[in-house]
Design a protein around this ligand. Sequence first.
Ligand SMILES: NC(=O)c1ccc[n+]([C@@H]2O[C@H](COP(=O)([O-])OP(=O)(O)OC[C@H]3O[C@@H](n4cnc5c(N)ncnc54)[C@H](OP(=O)(O)O)[C@@H]3O)[C@@H](O)[C@H]2O)c1
Length: 258
Amino acid sequence: MSDLFSLEGKTALVTGGSRGIGAMIARGLVAAGVKTYISARKEAELVATAEGLSAYGHCIPVPADLSTAEGISQLTQELAGRESRLDILVNNAGATWGAPIDVFPESGWDRVLDLNLKAPFFLVQKCLPLLKASASPEAPARIINVSSINAMRHSHMDNFSYSASKAGLIALTRHLAANLARSHITVNAVAPGMFPSRMTAFLYETEEQRRRTDAMVPLGRSGDWEDAAGPAIFLASRAAAFVTGATLIVDGGVAANA
Ligand SMILES: NC(=O)c1ccc[n+]([C@@H]2O[C@H](COP(=O)([O-])OP(=O)(O)OC[C@H]3O[C@@H](n4cnc5c(N)ncnc54)[C@H](OP(=O)(O)O)[C@@H]3O)[C@@H](O)[C@H]2O)c1
């Protein structure tokens, strides 16, 4: 029982791990004894985060632009050159776009879908040999996709392609879960609600805005790093070895209250 949630000695890749929810998840994994690779485009920020997280354990930065096939290949080749297996893949990197419906540009669809939906699929494809090398009936390898409660309720924002990308990611999670179960790889999603990050900075700019944002959450506050890390640690642990195709809502009750 004592090691039901243990991740000691595992290896993980967290995309978008330089800040926000990705850095929160990476912090939890690193502190749990996981050798954690983090990836993002901006090298200086990524390296600084890896240095900060190295205070808790082992964290390695690998810069890459995951909106392109070349970037995905570059990251996965780098990983394959360093590791013989991957236990946990966290598809967290994401972007959004907001514009009124009558002027919403095609680029606002391409950019968001390429990163939020296409990249997780191709990262899974390219990481499969490493994930399969880790996977066994007793200890399945894990894929965790970061969706959003925007997938299941209206965001009250003009982020059309974002909501669609996150709903698509939940569908992809279920599809991959069914396909990869016989390879002993579980595929689950988390659907966060309100977490302070660069993406949501406009909701937290002033004390008054923060108070209003927190007040929209039935539990009365926004998520903190442990709220992001805890569900990922659970889904990566032996405690969740029989969970696949699921989406865990992590939102303090926002979706339940919609
Ligand atoms: N914050 C929330 O309340 C919330 C709620 C629901 C879901 N989410 C989801 O959580 C995930 C993280 O979002 P966040 O709020 O933490 O946003 P964030 O602070 O903007 O972080 C986004 C991360 O993704 C990386 N990234 C962006 N474009 C990339 C690209 N082309 N290639 C590789 N990495 C890229 C960023 O680094 P670079 O810019 O250096 O590339 C950064 O590390 C996203 O999937 C988001 O949709 C967030």
